[in-house]
Design a protein around this ligand. Structure first.
Ligand code: RNT
Ligand code: ZN
Length: 409
């Protein structure tokens, strides 16, 4: 099947071997928080900040050991180059508050990630699920002490990120997302943003090493219980990032359903060296459904591949589903991302670009339709085989569920 597929693609000027080779090299940063419903290990307890995991499928990882075991199992079923994306709330054995976290609280994660042969660790300060989220606000709070606490948390996290970069000799993507906003019509939309701007200035001036840590800011349109106003909006962060030489993180669940991140990627690539992503699937809203091999995901992958931006676009995953087996959710989403990248790599992009430039939109449409029925599946299978995997991951996961997850009651 692969041989035939290879020949079919050759007719279109596509080299399947080159596509497979490229795919192997594109890192995907996998979020740790799918394993435990974003609860974390530092005692934050229930999830807050306008995000929600729904469902109570049995087997949630309840501690570090269980989470590690689940990550190990799930990652073993994922093809390609992998990074681990950690939140600060996954500190291990910390008996200090979040503003005083240190690299040592993450040393166990480093050890574990090295054991798994991962390419690096990415990091996120955790500004939710904590008593110092006051009236729903963190870095934009009118309370100076609250702001200070979260500024100190972010600075502590930047140093932890430098530590990850040193350990793996690979820059750490560092994403700032805050839940700050209001449920109902505010009386002042500007001042909270000015406070957020000031807090970010303080964080960025801590003297962290810009060659080791790639700081990004993640905007959002609304959250549950914060429907009317979000301090860290798209315009706010895009301007902040541009003026301060940091980067934007685009979460494709964080826009109006008719706005597409696939279109935003090239817009930002015109101005930024790096663009970070949270790949997710919003169903009607930012619902963080498991990523699937769907049209918009394919478009996102095409924009990364055809703009030769695989080292500029930092791909991270962000979804959390507690209604199905969590390992299966993890693997399904990661494989969907890989499939989309492969799909994009199996397109003769320069031919399509030429058709566009010649304004031959008739041929462009026909060609694009043809790609949809090409023997993509055979190449995907071959890629999995070379990664020592098969299409079936469910059997393995069911076995693990019966042996391990069912014991967690
Ligand atoms: C929330 C943001 C944010 C979180 C994670 C846990 O809407 O998408 O990225 O999902 O940091
Ligand atoms: Zn996100």
């Amino acid at each position: 099947m692969y041989k035939n597929a290879k020949q079919e693609y050759e007719k279109y000027g596509v080299d399947t071997e080159a596509a497979i080779a490229s795919l192997k090299d594109i890192p995907v940063s996998i979020h740790c928080w799918q394993g435990d419903d974003v609860v974390g290990l530092d005692g934050g307890g229930s999830l807050s900040g306008g995000i929600q995991t729904t469902g109570n499928y049995p087997g949630r990882a309840r501690n570090f050991e269980e989470l590690k075991a689940d990550i190990k199992k799930a990652f073993s079923l994922m093809p390609g180059k992998k990074r681990l994306n950690l939140h600060a709330s996954y500190a291990v054995g910390a008996n200090v508050d979040r503003d005083r976290y240190e690299p040592k609280h993450f040393a166990e994660w480093v050890k574990f990630a090295k054991e798994l042969g991962l390419q690096g660790i990415d990091f996120n300060p955790t500004m939710f699920s904590h008593k110092n989220v006051k009236d729903g606000l963190t870095l934009s709070s009118p309370d100076e002490n609250i702001r200070k606490f979260w500024i100190d948390h972010c600075i502590a996290c930047l140093h932890i990120a430098e530590y990850f970069a040193d350990e793996f000799k690979s820059p750490c993507a560092f994403n700032i997302w805050i839940p700050d906003g209001f449920k109902d019509v505010p009386a002042d939309r500007l001042t909270p943003r000015l406070r957020l701007k000031n807090s970010l200035d303080k964080i960025l001036s801590c003297g962290y090493d810009r060659s080791k840590v790639i700081v990004a800011v993640e905007s959002k349109v609304f959250g549950i219980g914060v429907e009317s106003y979000t301090v860290g909006s798209n315009e706010f962060y895009q301007n902040y990032a541009a003026k301060n030489n940091i980067c934007c993180l685009l979460d494709n669940g964080h826009y109006h359903p008719l706005e597409y991140v696939s279109d935003k990627i090239p817009a930002l690539l015109a101005f930024y060296d790096k663009v970070a992503l949270h790949v997710t699937r919003g169903v009607r809203w930012d619902s963080d459904h498991v990523v699937l091999f769907e049209d918009e995901l394919k478009e996102i992958a095409k924009e990364i591949v055809r703009n030769k931006a695989t080292d500029k676009v930092l791909i991270g995953l962000d979804y959390f589903d507690a209604s199905i087996n969590r390992l299966s959710a993890w693997v399904t989403g990661q494989r969907a991302m890989q499939k989309a990248l492969l799909y994009a790599l199996l397109i003769n992009q320069s031919e399509l670009k030429n058709l566009q430039d010649k304004a031959d939109f008739t041929a462009l449409m026909v060609r694009q339709e043809e790609y949809k029925t090409m023997p993509f599946g055979a190449v995907w299978k071959e890629y999995l085989k070379r990664e020592s995997l098969t299409e079936d991951y469910l059997t393995d996961i069911r076995f693990y569920e019966n042996k391990v997850l069912k014991e967690r009651i």
